[in-house]
Design a protein around this ligand. Structure first.
Ligand SMILES: [Zn+2]
Length: 214
């Protein structure tokens, strides 16, 4: 009986918006919750190691839910909404370039545990919208780093030291769009940029969904 009730609740819950759980639209994210997402101004947010970093919008309640839903709760259907948000922001930038989109890679142990790299899902959707080329093979994470959020800036850089390797055989001759969900200190982007630079790859732009304000 318990299972029947749980299944019924699952069924009802799945048909409701993941953010407000109340919309009757039968969409993973209802139009009201999506429209409440808050875009940043279309401009460079910061420069890391000489590279422009763009951040699509605020780290507000709904955005946090979407990101956590994809990342930790297997809500793959939310990737479309995160990608759409990033796409709508990116269009405002008016950058008329073709890119290869390179999401920040997970270590294979973590990817195995999570079954997928959430940012690959978002990148796939984003590439369908933009016509950009996804490239999931160029960079590999060879060190299973600790979560960054508890570490100081110096600890973050040490944690990421020698974390990535580049497979040049997978390089496509297009500018790179490094692609991540949350950019906090920027240490992950920095470490990736430095590694790409070491391999003589210089034409890089960084793009994250959001950045928490501390
Ligand atoms: Zn909603």
């Amino acid at each position: 009986m318990k299972n029947v009730i749980r299944n019924l609740l699952d069924w009802i819950y799945k048909r409701r918006c993941y953010c407000c759980s109340s919309s009757k639209e039968s969409l993973p994210i209802c139009s009201k919750c999506y429209s409440e997402l808050d875009f940043n101004s279309p401009m460079v947010d910061r420069i890391i190691a000489g590279v422009n970093v763009y951040i699509a919008g605020s780290y507000d309640k709904n955005m946090q839910k979407i990101i956590r839903g994809i990342k930790y709760h297997n809500k793959k259907e939310l990737a479309y909404y995160q990608a759409k948000f990033m796409y709508e922001y990116f269009k405002m930038l008016d950058i008329n370039k073709q890119f290869q989109v390179v999401p920040v890679p997970l270590h294979q142990d973590r990817q195995r545990k999570r079954k997928y790299n959430h940012m690959e899902l978002v990148a796939k959707e984003f590439c369908e919208m933009t016509g950009f080329i996804p490239n999931f093979e160029l960079i590999k994470r060879i060190k299973n780093t600790k979560p960054q959020y508890k570490l100081s800036r110096v600890e973050r850089m040490n944690n990421l030291n020698k974390a990535f390797i580049i497979d040049l055989s997978k390089y496509v001759n297009l500018p790179i769009l490094l692609f991540d969900d949350i950019c906090t200190s920027g240490a992950t982007f920095e470490s990736l940029i430095l590694e790409l630079n070491k391999n003589n790859i210089k034409n890089i732009t960084c793009f994250a969904t959001t950045s928490p304000n501390f």
